[in-house]
Write a protein that binds this ligand. Structure first.
Ligand SMILES: Cc1ncc(COP(=O)(O)O)c(C=O)c1O
Length: 398
């Protein structure tokens, strides 16, 4: 009998809490506001069908061959041209989703015991990517505008990097305003704190584009992660990172060890689809759809939660809304009651590096239809009122 001795880092790995929750909630009859899935109505299927024909017809042999680890040159050039600062395509690395970018960053920057700073709360997938490297993950205090500069500076000594999500953050939906960006960027440059900036949602703004990324303000001090998952389709598994010259070769070596290269066929498809400014026509249709759904969800929340002491954020873009339930109501205990009434959400606690706030939860407003959103928020309010009544809270029954 083989005896499998696990590496210490394997002991740090855990199944994604969200995936575990999704298994329970993906039942017929349950409207899921839990997943982080883009709306499939937005996938440009016809454009991809045409691009397939062209890529295979024009250069099928190269498209199906092994390719370079850095990525397909025309796609790297397209990425550099898309970004709002002067980016040399030589600094762009195409990754297998931005999730791989997080994994590569963890491999080259984290030793066992290294301090890593994250937002409170932060993206769960980043915690999953960092944890196997056995860091000490420290949550920096945040307010509605994101990370708080005084705490960032206080926690910075000895930290390898700060992982920040300035635009329509997953899970809270919050955005860092211009003043905060200037302050964070200046402080990080002054104290020499590297920043890993993750921006998969930045293009999904509703009324006005967010301020410039942190990386644009100090490219030598930042690694920037981007993704095609939310503007084209997540099934492509296509993302990218932009890294300063000093560390790009190490990221490239980690990439080579991980998967040699991101599928060249997918890269060529996307390069083909992006030609002729496709994103400039396509992304506004996603924004319009998501904005409508956000409005429907906010209106339903205002109506259904009236009289309940529920705090609701009002995201200016992205895919997520964040709630804080009345005192005494634990989102983890609420979930089965909500699922029994036909609605699923993700409790917020797993998104925290340390002790999570049990009263928080995340709702996605993009995958359910407008009618489903209204129905789901109604069901959620019923579950909250029931639980508030059970726990003797002051909430009134509607
Ligand atoms: C903040 C954040 N970063 C990274 C990712 C990973 O995205 P990708 O599909 O590009 O791997 C996600 C996915 O939901 C995300 O929310």
């Amino acid at each position: 009998m083989a005896h499998w001795n696990m590496a210490a880092r394997a002991a740090q790995m855990n199944p994604s809490v969200i995936r575990e929750i999704l298994k329970v909630t993906e039942r017929p009859g349950v409207i899921s506001l839990a997943g982080g899935l883009p709306s499939p109505e937005t996938f440009p299927i016809a454009e991809f069908a045409q691009a397939c024909q062209r890529v295979l017809g024009d250069d099928g042999k190269a498209a199906l061959q092994y390719a370079s680890s850095e990525g397909h040159a025309p796609l790297r050039e397209a990425v550099a041209a898309m970004l709002p600062w002067d980016v040399d395509p030589a600094h762009v690395l195409i990754t297998t989703g931005s999730q791989q970018g997080l994994d590569l960053v963890a491999k080259i920057l984290i030793d066992a015991g290294s301090k890593v700073l994250v937002e409170t709360p932060t993206y769960l997938g980043a915690l999953q990517a960092f944890t196997p490297m056995q860091p000490t993950i420290v949550g920096v205090r945040c307010d509605a505008g994101g990370v708080m500069v005084d705490d960032l500076v206080a926690q910075a000594p000895g930290a390898r990097f700060a992982y920040l999500l300035p635009n329509f953050q997953n899970p809270t939906g919050r955005t860092m305003d211009e003043t905060r960006r200037v302050a964070v960027s200046e402080a990080a440059a002054r104290i020499g704190l590297p920043i890993v900036e993750d921006n998969p949602y930045g293009d999904l703004w509703f009324d006005e584009p967010p301020p410039l990324p942190l990386t644009a303000r100090n490219p030598e001090g930042c690694i920037y992660l981007g993704s095609f998952s939310k503007v084209l389709a997540p099934g492509l598994r296509l993302g990218f990172l932009v890294a300063p010259k000093a560390i790009y070769p190490k990221l490239l070596q980690a990439k080579q060890a991980a998967d040699l290269h991101t599928p060249g066929f997918n890269q060529r498809l996307v390069a083909e689809v992006l030609k002729d400014g496709f994103l400039a026509r396509h992304v506004p249709t996603i924004r319009a759809l998501y904005k409508r759904r956000r409005d429907v969800m906010l209106a339903a929340l205002d109506r259904e939660m009236s009289g309940l002491d529920v705090e609701i954020n009002r995201p200016a873009g992205g895919m997520f809304l964040w709630l804080r339930l009345p005192a005494g109501i634990d989102a983890g205990r609420l979930l089965p009651m909500a699922v029994a009434r036909g609605v699923a959400f993700v409790p917020g606690a797993p998104f925290y590096a340390g002790q999570g706030d049990p009263r928080t939860l995340r709702l996605s407003f993009v995958t359910a239809s407008e009618d489903e959103i209204r129905q789901a928020i109604g069901a959620l309010a019923v579950a909250i009122r029931l639980m508030a009544a059970e726990s003797g809270g002051q909430a009134r029954h509607a």
